[in-house]
Design a protein around this ligand. Structure first.
Ligand SMILES: Nc1ncnc2c1ncn2[C@@H]1O[C@H](COP(=O)(O)OP(=O)(O)O)[C@@H](O)[C@H]1O
Ligand SMILES: [Mg+2]
Length: 306
């Protein structure tokens, strides 16, 4: 690396450091396969954590398919700046802000045709130049896989609290989710846990559980790979339609099994009862894992299921 390029890189690193120092937990949501529910999980965990009183930021690093703004119902908002240099994230609620490349695109149908180096610069700029302020959580949504975006996040935030891996129970999704587990391990990042999404669909007629993507795949993988299962989230039409309309469907006062599952996961994360499996578990506080969430956890929590 030429000297000037290295200096500039280090300068951005310093800015990222300063911004990240003001943020409590930085969590990257990832999956091997696309369409398994990463953005759904990110958006709904953000809503729940914000409702618990936490200050939450969401960073959308899915540069080719940025859906976060649409799911929050803020896709029409545009970016602003106080000083012409730094960028203010878009406010979803008083204590919930979001940053996505989609706010900077004039035509929502225009494809973003970028190579790795450009993607790396964009993500580093989101971390360095966005005025995140003091936050309890920064949730980082990613595209599928273990490529430029995930690598950039891990390298730019070495103190990343951990990853949440989303999968469906389907064997092809599990095959790819295993790679996300091993990616986190290779990067030395703690795995907060796995969320199995689309675990089943309840038949509106007879009430039977229909295992559209198979059954028990997430639990089996967690047990084989010794990572915690944070929860199983069923498929629901209301969840899908709320996301298309950009609504917080957990707010509607109706009890939905998917909402309950996501709420329980947000609680476990925020109360420190979610077990993490490698590096730095100090953020979890006094470990007191709930057996339902930690059936396959191998950490040293006293209450871990033997
Ligand atoms: N539990 C669920 N029930 C119903 N629809 C879901 C559920 N999880 C995700 N979806 C829908 O599936 C699609 C893919 O989810 P998304 O969160 O965009 O996945 P990813 O970010 O992994 O690509 C979206 O249309 C979303 O609304
Ligand atoms: Mg997504």
């Amino acid at each position: 690396m030429a000297d000037e390029v290295r200096d500039e890189y280090e300068e951005v690193n310093k800015k990222i450091r300063a911004r990240m120092d003001k943020i409590g937990r930085k969590i990257m949501i990832m999956s091997g396969k696309g369409g398994v529910g990463k953005t759904t999980v990110t958006v709904n965990l953000a809503y729940e954590l914000a409702k618990m009183g936490c200050k939450v930021g969401v960073l959308d690093t899915d540069l080719h398919g940025p859906n976060v703004a649409k799911m929050f119902g803020v896709e029409d908002k545009s970016l602003s700046s106080r000083d012409g240099v730094t960028i203010l994230p878009v406010k979803v609620r008083e204590n919930l802000v979001v940053m996505s490349l989609s706010f900077a695109l004039e035509d929502p149908d225009a494809p973003v045709i970028w190579r790795g180096s450009l993607k790396m610069s964009a993500i580093r700029q989101f971390l360095s130049d966005v005025e995140w302020g003091e936050l309890d959580y920064l949730l980082i949504d990613t595209p599928p896989g273990t490529g430029d975006e995930q690598l950039t996040v891990c390298q730019a935030i070495p103190e990343l609290t951990g990853t949440i891996i989303v999968t469906t129970p389907q064997p092809v999704a599990i095959l790819d989710a295993r790679k996300s587990v091993n990616f986190s391990r290779k990067m030395g990042v703690a795995i907060i846990g796995v969320i199995e999404n689309m675990s089943y669909l309840r038949c509106p007629g007879c009430g039977e559980e229909i295992p559209i993507f198979g059954k028990g795949g997430g639990r089996k993988m967690c047990s084989e790979m010794h990572v915690p299962l944070l929860g199983e989230v069923p498929m629901e039409i209301d969840l899908r339609s709320a996301e298309d309309e950009g609504k917080d469907w957990m707010d509607e006062g109706i009890s939905h099994p998917s909402a309950e599952a996501l709420k329980a996961i947000a609680n476990e994360i925020n109360n420190g009862t979610a077990c993490s499996t490698s590096r730095d578990t100090s953020f979890l506080g006094t470990p007191s894992c709930s057996p339902s969430a930690c059936a396959s956890c191998t950490s040293n929590c006293p209450s871990r299921k033997k």
